[in-house]
Write a protein that binds this ligand. Structure first.
Ligand SMILES: [Zn+2]
Ligand SMILES: [Zn+2]
Length: 278
């Protein structure tokens, strides 16, 4: 009888210890996730749009798609690659941007107008880390690796470089990640096509960082959206405190026009060759 009682106490004690260690582990994981967005701030940020369907710098070629280079201090990140590498590389060359200086590539989503220029780029510079949504097909990841580049799979929000973060995979049907840059003036959000909804992306970023949004740029995916809906989106941007906008790529002419009407001097005309320095 006595042994049975002791055994019960031992079993209870072990269960308690196991439960305690389980919960403390859980807590540790949550704390790590919270710390993904740290206190790092990028002091000098330059965004150069090197591929877009809208013209800005007449010397450059337009093409359907999006790509920009984000220079943070001395590190250059290529965000998306447009539809074809010829246009991408020619535009970079015209702007005297050496593709050998790119160390990080972030791909927003699998659509051709965002990943089409990748292979041609890797053919010249494969000494890069390529951040892709985890849901990308294995054969795509294998092909990138076959060039000698490293693949980093993104599912949750993660840090990419000092002051640069991924929102993590968002959306259900088309998974997409956006880039968040922390600057002294606030956050910059760069989107590929914003398939998960541009307002959702801004909201998610604010939840993640608890900080104010200075600028949203990239494709907002509002072509064919009704005026009523676009006006609601513009209003949501204002309510969310977004200070400046630089929509391009798949935003649609009408949405670009309505953003310009509302944001006036805080509307930045974007297109291939546009350079935004913060
Ligand atoms: Zn897309
Ligand atoms: Zn697109």
């Amino acid at each position: 009888m006595k042994i049975g009682k002791d055994l019960k106490i031992v079993v209870l004690l072990i269960t308690f210890l196991l439960a305690f260690s389980y919960f403390s582990n859980e807590k540790a994981i949550i704390m790590v996730n919270k710390n993904i967005i740290d206190d790092e701030v990028s002091s000098e940020v330059t965004i150069t749009i090197v591929y877009d369907n809208y013209e800005y710098d007449k010397r450059l070629k337009t093409g359907f798609g999006f790509s920009c280079i984000v220079k943070i201090e001395n590190k250059s990140i290529l965000f998306d690659t447009g539809s074809d590498s010829e246009t991408l590389l020619e535009n970079m060359n015209e702007l005297s941007l050496d593709l050998k200086n790119i160390e990080i590539i972030v791909l927003s989503h699998i659509h051709w107008d965002h990943v089409g220029g990748l292979k041609g780029f890797l053919g010249v510079n494969s000494d890069v880390d390529v951040y892709v949504p985890k849901s990308f097909p294995d054969d795509f990841k294998d092909e990138v690796k076959s060039f000698g580049a490293d693949i980093i799979e993104v599912s949750d929000p993660m840090k990419i470089f000092n002051g640069a973060y991924s929102t993590g995979e968002l959306g259900t049907f088309i998974k997409e990640q956006s880039l968040i840059i922390k600057t002294e003036r606030g956050l910059i959000i760069i989107t590929g096509c914003a398939h998960s909804g541009i307002v959702n992306i801004v909201k998610r970023t604010k939840e993640l960082t608890k900080e104010e949004v200075y600028l949203v740029t990239g494709g907002f995916h509002l072509g064919g959206t009704s005026d009523y809906e676009i006006k609601n989106i513009v209003e949501s941007f204002r309510k969310l405190g977004v200070k400046k906008v630089a929509p391009c790529h798949c935003t649609g002419d009408r949405a670009i026009g309505l953003f310009e009407e509302e944001y006036k001097d805080d509307f930045i005309k974007a297109g291939v060759g546009k350079i935004i320095s913060i």
